[in-house]
Design a binder for this molecule. Structure first.
Ligand SMILES: Cc1ncc(COP(=O)(O)O)c(C=O)c1O
Length: 379
């Protein structure tokens, strides 16, 4: 059998980058400003220019990015923050970390993203339980923005601020609005496997609000005020390393080309698999950066499909097998009335295929041929 394919191929990306990242790292080693060196401000400017946000504040990771905004908004015990349960733990974790209550909302089965109807029902439930509805964190799962027109209306009617967790979608857009310019603020992650990843941990916040941006800059650096030795609020240490900023500056240059390549892979997968499996759909007017390419296999034995593909050298992953409301740390948190049937069902149906910009057409064909073989086996 040919060698197994890579699920995400950072080595291929490194070859494509040539010496650019090596040289960028060497420049940092030469100037030695490892914390808040010049590359940090330069990256922030580049990121803001890329997505059109007025302010871009880098930080240590995507989880901190969420927590920093919650801290800036003064979210506290007794507050309810609404978020999907079909997401990575960090979304709800940030809420719990500031002492507030995550209230879980169901998702739409076609997009895997927050369902505005379920959001409204969850807000009533939270009020009935004596919680103070504070805000909503919409997640752009697998790279596609949530349905922001509908979510913004629901959030405004319920008096909630809107935070966009774009850990998986930086580089995408919603009806002409780039991710990073929607809501009160947007967060992203530069974890290595993300569409725009660094070589370690990293994250950023985007906002158009100058005052909020100032508070976030202070919070990520121990609550520092204008005078370096006068800490004006309780903050934390959540700065992005200069080395990671230097890596990201180089990776951002090739990011638009990579997004195009991801889209081509997704389109070919869709063409070749759409008759056999439920392939992901991008909403009219939106674009995805395809952090994951996730099929739904209703009525199939997913484990058998996964084993068949592994034997054919096609790695797969399950994002996410257990929604947060079923996980030990979050099982006590409220859910929208009636539970989260769509999240539960999709957690049992999904399977993600190899997805990265360096998948050749031959590799893509190998993936789709193996999936077709697995599914025609009535696995
Ligand atoms: C939806 C979502 N939110 C938040 C995070 C947290 O990002 P990080 O791993 O950089 O803390 C991730 C990624 O890991 C994520 O996928």
């Amino acid at each position: 059998m040919a060698d197994p394919l890579a699920f995400i191929d950072l080595a291929a990306q490194r070859r494509h980058l040539g010496r650019a990242v090596d040289e960028a790292i060497l420049r940092v080693l030469d100037h030695g400003l490892y914390v808040m060196g010049p590359e940090v401000a330069r990256l922030e400017a580049d990121l803001a220019a890329f997505c059109g946000a007025r302010h871009s504040i880098s930080c240590a990771n995507g989880t901190d990015a969420l927590a920093l905004i919650l801290m800036a908004e003064g979210v506290k015990a007794g507050d309810a923050v609404f978020c999907p349960a079909f997401t990575f733990a960090a979304t709800a974790e940030a809420v719990a970390l500031v002492g507030a209550t995550p209230v879980f909302v169901d998702i739409c089965q076609d997009t895997f993203n927050l369902d505005p109807t379920s959001l409204r029902a969850a807000v009533s439930l939270a009020k009935d339980r004596g919680l103070n509805p504070a805000g909503v964190i919409a997640v752009d799962l697998f790279g596609q923005p949530a349905d922001y027109d509908a979510i913004e209306v629901a959030a405004a009617q319920e008096g909630l601020w809107l935070l966009c967790d774009a850990a998986q979608s930086f580089g995408a857009s919603y009806k002409g609005r780039p991710v990073g310019t929607i809501g009160r603020a947007t967060t992203t992650s530069f974890f290595p496997a993300k569409p725009l990843g660094c070589y370690g941990d990293g994250g950023a916040v985007f906002t158009d609000d100058a005052e909020l941006a100032g508070v976030l800059r202070s919070l990520r650096n121990h609550g520092q005020g204008v005078d370096r030795y006068d800490n004006v609020r309780v903050g934390t240490n959540s700065r992005l390393d200069t080395l990671q900023a230097a890596v990201l500056i180089e990776k951002l240059r090739i990011f638009p080309g990579e997004i195009g390549a991801r889209d081509r892979v997704a389109n070919r997968y869709g063409e070749q698999l759409g008759d056999l499996a439920v392939v992901p759909k991008v909403m009219e007017g939106a674009t995805s950066v395809w952090a994951q390419y996730t099929l739904r296999l209703p009525g199939r034995d997913r484990n058998a499909v996964q084993s068949f593909l592994a034997a054919a050298g096609v790695p797969t992953a399950i994002y996410y097998p257990v929604p947060l409301h079923r996980q030990t740390a979050y099982a006590h948190c409220p859910t929208a009335p009636g539970g989260l049937p769509v999240s539960d069902r999709l957690a049992a149906e999904v399977i993600s295929l190899p997805m990265h910009p360096y998948l050749t057409e031959a590799m893509q064909d190998r993936v789709t041929a193996a999936v077709r073989a697995a599914l025609s086996h009535r696995a």
